[in-house]
Design a protein around this ligand. Structure first.
Ligand SMILES: *Cc1c(COP(=O)(O)O)cnc(C)c1O
Length: 426
């Protein structure tokens, strides 16, 4: 309308590491009239969902739960259902999310042995192993780790930590925050010996925020019987009692359950292995772009590189928050902010969930423009060019052979007839 501020054409692209783009299939699945959450056929939706979540968590023996909450509640569900006030856990802090789980543990009365690690690095497996080995009395009741530190773009080796716990034969429960990794990168709860895995709906699961998705091993399930942390809304026992028949202890968001069904179908149709390979490839293109810009990721070494988010260090003369500000207001893309210790120092490109080569090119193009506007002297096209070449060289090869229209295609009978008719008409 005349005089009205024009909305951006196209859409706002979410290149923050969550919430992520919701695929059309998932969005459509959620546009349903409100359903009766006690309908006798609701279990037909719920029971397969709980079973299928196990596949994403990489477990045959575990039990998945869906809470109407977010990842933060998942942290509390993990601790409150397995521990008692005063119990000690071992964890490390190297970013805002590993900090927040530590903080939550303290606030609900858990004692925490904290290993502070320079931001940009990840879980100190060797140091944890030493601490666990020295803990002869088994005072440490749980080892708590952030698989993918979303604030710094650092991914840690959760298999290696699981092995370390096993190696020293420590009986502690092993809890992992997989909010920004599960459903995007390989996650093997059984193989790695993980006892509680925590995730949320708005990242790799490509849904709106509003669901905490958690999985407990048999060992963690058993721990609930002696765990004395107060809990009510977050008590898995009420879910265990009702989930077995395909229901919930309180009103679930049925539209989100429908969305979760669609999201899981998309993940399984693509194949989880292919989903993981896609995330690695898209991430690698972003990393090539960062290198070509002459910039550095916050992740201190390649072994820490995350396949779901890259935090990029801005040159010291530029406030990274300005890049994000310009990207949003001028180019309509959302980037991840620098949090806490790295506020103003990094901006983050999320490359998880419903993304493709071309979507990442939009991210990189937008970031290049915003960076130049903010005064970062990168060569235009440098990062984009590096990603173009990487994505091209690793793109799928099996596409139909190209034939120029009208060139060598053999004429069919019908076509010949039309051709003759046209001639006679002249
Ligand atoms: C996003 C995120 C969370 C928090 O999830 P909320 O859904 O915002 O509560 C926790 N851990 C990690 C690693 C995350 O990326």
């Amino acid at each position: 309308m005349p005089g009205q501020k024009l909305a951006f054409p196209g859409r706002n692209y979410l290149f923050a590491p969550g919430p992520t783009h919701i695929p059309n299939e998932v969005m459509n699945a959620m546009v349903v009239p409100q359903e009766d959450h006690r309908a006798p056929d609701l279990p037909e939706l719920v029971l397969p969902l709980l079973k299928d979540l196990n596949k994403v968590f990489g477990t045959k023996k575990g039990q998945s739960f869906i809470f109407p909450a977010t990842g933060t509640a998942g942290w509390e569900i993990a601790l409150a259902n397995t521990l008692s006030p005063g119990d000690k856990i071992l964890t490390s802090r190297f970013g805002q999310f590993s900090h927040l789980w530590y903080d939550l543990a303290k606030r609900i009365g858990i004692e925490v042995e904290l290993v502070d690690v320079t931001w940009g690095q990840g879980v100190p497996v060797a140091e944890f192993k030493k601490i666990l080995r020295a803990d002869k009395e088994h005072k440490i009741k749980a080892v708590v780790a952030c698989h993918n530190e979303t604030a710094t773009g650092v991914m840690s080796d959760m298999g290696a930590l699981g092995k370390a716990i096993k190696d020293v034969k420590h009986p502690a429960l092993y809890m992992v925050d997989g909010v920004s990794s599960i459903a995007s990168v390989n996650f093997q709860m059984d193989e790695w010996g993980v006892d509680v895995a925590v995730s949320g709906s708005q990242k790799g699961f490509m849904l709106p925020a509003g669901m905490a998705l958690i999985c407990f091993s048999q060992k963690a399930l058993a721990a609930r019987k002696t765990a004395e942390c107060p809990r009510c809304f977050l008590d898995i026992q009420d879910h265990i009692n009702t989930n077995k028949d395909g229901f919930f202890p309180y009103t679930p968001s049925v539209p989100m359950l429908r969305g979760l069904r669609a999201a899981l179908d998309l993940l399984f149709d693509e194949g989880l292995e292919n989903v993981y390979a896609r995330h690695h490839r898209l991430a690698e293109g972003v990393r090539r772009a960062v290198k070509a810009w002459g910039l550095k990721p916050c992740a201190a070494a390649p072994k820490w590189y995350s396949d779901t988010v890259t935090a990029i260090l801005a040159p010291p003369s530029v406030n990274a928050a300005e890049v994000i500000h310009i990207a949003y207001h001028r180019y309509n893309i959302s980037l991840g902010a620098g949090l806490s210790q790295v506020a103003g120092k990094v901006f983050r490109i999320g490359h998880l969930g419903d993304n493709s080569d071309v979507r990442m090119m939009a991210a990189l193009g937008g970031v290049e423009m915003a960076m130049r506007d903010a005064g970062i002297r990168i060569k235009p096209g440098s990062g984009v060019g590096a990603a173009v070449e990487y994505y091209r060289s690793t793109a799928k090869k099996d596409i139909p052979a190209f034939k120029a229209p009208g060139a060598a295609a053999p004429k069919t009978r019908a076509k010949r007839k039309t051709a003759t008719r046209k001639k006679t008409a002249k």
